[in-house]
Design a protein around this ligand. Structure first.
Ligand code: 2P0
Length: 351
């Protein structure tokens, strides 16, 4: 079933508020195979995207809520990361709370203490905003279930993604395993710009036990925020052609995931990663997030594939780190020919 924006608005008033509540939630990160790059309106994507959900990179979040005597106009909250108060993160969360007020008006009835930690290293370049906002969205839906008359599971699942999207676009895809599609595509059933969905088809077993080993070429804060990068797509000289390409790639990717066409999966995944970075390198102003070692590792992966035929490929996020994608059964060989020769920390995750 398709949900519209107004379906997620809930004006009902809770009968009685519990004085204290503690809600826990966790959510995974994800890596896009076909990239979301460019947005419009209220966090609506310029094109559909498709991702693998990362099982081990999780945000674990706890919200401690205290009922207020009367609702406030701005949500009162404090955010703790790794048990330390983090005022730097609070403006983005405040913006999120503001954006979701119509869909979850009950959030203003409480004072919030939000504590979060990640199961992956801090500043590793793994998108913690995706898992972080998805976990927070799950907490809000849990609260909605406790306070307002119940709705269907499908409603709640889609609303988690809908809310997460308003925190960070890619967070829309951080709500279910193993693959999610976000963004309307006329030829892919039930897709929507408002939330991500699981594919209607079964993912081919060659993608069971797929691995994503992330080579940490560069740790630390991103040099150009992704939000700024998305905005540069508005006047990008290749905007229309990129849009067309992403629609085609999304459809092709669904076919490869369904049929288990690893060869074309590899070609398309790498083409998408390079398109994303080419868009960054051709925007105004332009910028380069790859580092020399990013390219070195890309070349190594291509050499290995050429020489040994191993089904391994790379993708890139908005940063210098290389995500190495491959089936689990070639892990040992890859350790020998690739990871043991790399002078960077590698985090092994799986889809
Ligand atoms: C993606 N990225 O599809 C693309 C590809 C990074 C590279 O979406 O402004 O943190 O919060 O919507 O989601 C990263 O950008 O940006 C991103 P906002 P977000 O995963």
């Amino acid at each position: 079933m398709e949900f519209r924006e107004q379906d997620f608005i809930r004006n009902a008033k809770p009968n009685q508020l519990p004085e204290q509540l503690v809600i826990n939630a966790s959510a995974p990160s994800n890596i896009a195979l076909v990239k979301y790059w460019g947005k419009h309106g209220l966090q609506l994507p310029m094109n559909p995207s498709i991702s693998f959900t990362l099982n081990q990179a999780q945000s674990l979040t706890t919200a401690r809520l205290t009922a207020l005597d009367k609702p406030v106009s701005e949500v009162l909250f404090k955010f703790y990361f790794d048990e330390k108060h983090q005022p730097d993160f609070e403006p983005k969360i405040a913006g999120f709370f503001n954006k979701i007020r119509d869909y979850a008006p009950f959030i203003t009835a409480f004072q919030w203490e939000i504590s979060s930690r990640n199961t992956f290293p801090h500043s590793s370049g793994i998108a913690s905003s995706a898992s972080g906002f998805a976990a927070l969205a799950k907490i809000i839906i849990d609260l909605e279930k406790q306070l307002l008359p119940l709705k269907s599971d499908e409603y709640y699942n889609k609303k988690v993604s809908f809310l997460a999207r308003l925190g960070s676009g890619s967070a829309a895809r951080s709500v279910a395993h193993p693959v999610m599609i976000w963004g309307y595509h006329p030829n892919i059933k039930n897709t929507s710009d408002l939330y991500a969905v699981l594919p209607e088809f079964d993912i081919h077993p060659v993608f069971n036990n797929f691995r994503d080993s992330i080579v940490l070429v560069e740790k630390g804060q991103k040099k150009v925020s992704s939000t700024a990068g998305h905005n540069l797509m508005n006047n990008h000289p290749f905007k229309d052609i990129r849009k067309k390409q992403a629609f085609e790639h999304t459809l092709q990717m669904t076919k490869y995931l369904e049929t288990g066409d690893l060869e074309n999966f590899i070609k398309l995944t790498e083409a998408e990663a390079l398109s994303l970075h080419a868009l960054m390198m051709t925007s105004a102003p332009n910028y380069i997030l790859m580092q020399p070692d990013t390219l070195k590792i890309i070349h190594q992966i291509r050499e290995i594939r050429k020489n040994s035929g191993l089904p391994v490929c790379f993708t890139l996020d908005a940063g210098a780190n290389v995500h190495v994608l491959y089936p689990e059964n070639i892990s040992k060989q890859l350790e020998e020919v690739l990871f043991s020769k790399i002078n960077h920390e590698v985090i092994h995750d799986f889809v």
